[in-house]
Design a protein around this ligand. Structure first.
Ligand code: BES
Ligand code: ZN
Length: 446
């Protein structure tokens, strides 16, 4: 296959608006899954499209032979929403190839470019050698960006078919262009929605203001109790199980080319606001957080409207570090909110999706194989060993349900703007990813 054919495939994949959280896109997710299954098939793999109560799962495998190792390659074909659309310089679902081989589209890096690099790496190996050097199972889902609500059940139901020795994923970051990166830790996540209800309808704030509690004011005060003045999470018990950062990690991270100044630049914020005693990098890779992701209620339109809103809503998520249990954190958070909620309103706390943090020994045998592959694919520089702040909730289930470790060999550059407007992927990384995946399969087979 030529570079152009690789790109044509990627562009076709990116044109399908597979936003998993948007119920109006259901058919697009089906179409995306079918496109992928077809791509696996023409590449010489046996593909299957599995319906779930949500969006389909696509699996594909080569002919497995006894006595060979088995690797499961996981990725996702769903993408994040695109809003605010006005900030995009081009249509998010019409990939644009710009100067320096930069591709702009939603999902370019997260995760279509990366999972397609896996697929095309396998396709190239099959085209060259007639088969892959080991048993391979692809597992590509359409619900990662909404917390993989049906995937753990899928793993349990297909445990025998998915039996493997190790999992490989390209859905994490690369420390800098041209430097292979093995991510040996991810933060976990636990999500929560909060509703504060007051009157049974929006009320005139002149006629009733002062007589009843304003749900929007209550929720604002409530979410403000989540942190203390120093920015630490104020939920009692929140830090009880937090594994402290090891000195060797802090030393190693301080030598990485990711400085606070560099990080600040990526954010576009006026200043960093790290937890006291930690660098910004340590905060994102190794410290837990409570984040307010959305807060709404009341009148949002032009001008003013003098009402006491009937209800107010907040979306919260917690990023978790090793040893913190998502279920326990959600109960602690709910108890905290109940304790701080005044009378005169009704508080509803609804837990959302969650997943535990992940940590791998970077010296374990399969991790060594991944490091060899990264060294060969990105020559001249030793691979970086990093933890990251993002979450891939199913990784802890791979361990729990399939009993295997996961190798995270990501291709997301620091400025790829995943989840933001104008997400990018570079042709250079796409091609490097295709090579990396061919090498990885060889190294894992050794
Ligand atoms: N690919 C990301 C996770 C990621 C990105 C990890 C960069 C490390 C470095 C993944 O698609 C993602 O965004 N996950 C969500 C999970 C959530 C919706 C359950 C996240 O981290 O917010
Ligand atoms: Zn994502």
């Amino acid at each position: 296959m030529t570079r152009q054919q690789h790109l044509d495939d990627l562009f076709a994949f990116l044109r399908i608006p597979s936003i998993s959280t948007d119920s109006a896109r259901r058919d697009d997710l089906q179409r995306c899954a079918s496109w992928l299954a077809e791509k696996f098939t023409v590449s010489g793999l046996r593909a299957k499209l599995h319906q779930t109560p949500g969006h389909p799962v696509v699996t594909a495998r080569n002919r497995h032979r006894a006595g060979r190792r088995t690797v499961l390659i996981y990725g996702h074909y769903d993408v994040q929403p695109v809003d605010p659309l006005t900030l995009w310089r081009s249509d998010p679902f019409e990939p644009a190839l710009g100067a320096g081989g930069v591709i702009t589209a939603r999902g370019a890096t997260d995760n279509k470019g990366q999972i397609l690099a896996h697929l095309l790496g396998a396709a190239e190996s099959i085209a060259a050698d007639g088969d892959l050097p080991l048993n391979v199972i692809f597992l590509v889902e359409g619900e990662e960006e909404i917390g993989s609500p049906h995937l753990a059940e899928f793993l349990r139901a297909h445990r025998a078919d998915l039996a493997c020795d190790v999992v490989a994923i390209s859905d994490t970051g690369m420390i800098e262009p041209g430097r292979g990166t093995l991510t040996y830790g991810l933060r976990g996540i636990a999500c929560l929605e909060v509703t504060v209800s007051g009157p049974d309808k929006d009320l005139h704030s002149g006629l009733f203001g002062g007589a009843v509690a304003n749900p929007l004011t209550v929720i604002a005060r409530l979410v403000a109790t989540l942190h203390d003045a120093g920015g630490r999470v104020a939920i009692s018990g929140f830090y009880d199980d937090v594994a402290p950062l090891a000195q060797w990690e802090r030393d190693a991270w301080s030598k990485l080319p990711l400085t606070d100044t560099g990080l600040l630049k990526l954010t576009g914020a006026p200043a960093l606001a790290p937890e006291q005693g930690y660098t910004a990098l340590e905060c994102t890779w190794g410290r837990p957080t409570a984040e307010l992701n959305g807060l709404h209620g009341g009148y949002q339109g032009e001008g003013s409207k003098t009402v006491i809103p009937a209800d107010a809503h907040a979306k919260l998520s917690f990023r978790l570090v090793p040893d913190q249990q998502p279920g326990k954190i959600l109960s602690l958070a709910a108890a905290h909110l109940r304790k701080h909620c005044p009378s005169g309103v009704t508080l509803t706390v609804t837990p959302g999706h969650s997943g535990a943090a992940y940590l791998l020994d970077p010296a374990a045998p399969f991790a060594q194989a991944a490091r060899r592959a990264l060294t060969l694919a990105f020559p001249g520089k030793a691979p970086a060993l990093v933890r990251e702040g993002g979450s891939i909730p199913i990784v802890s289930d791979f361990k729990k349900i399939l009993g295997v470790d996961t190798l995270l060999l990501g291709l997301a550059l620091p400025d790829a703007r995943i989840h933001s407007p104008n997400e990018t992927f570079t042709v250079e990384n796409f091609e490097a990813g295709i090579r990396l995946n061919q090498i990885l399969l060889r190294e894992l087979a050794r």
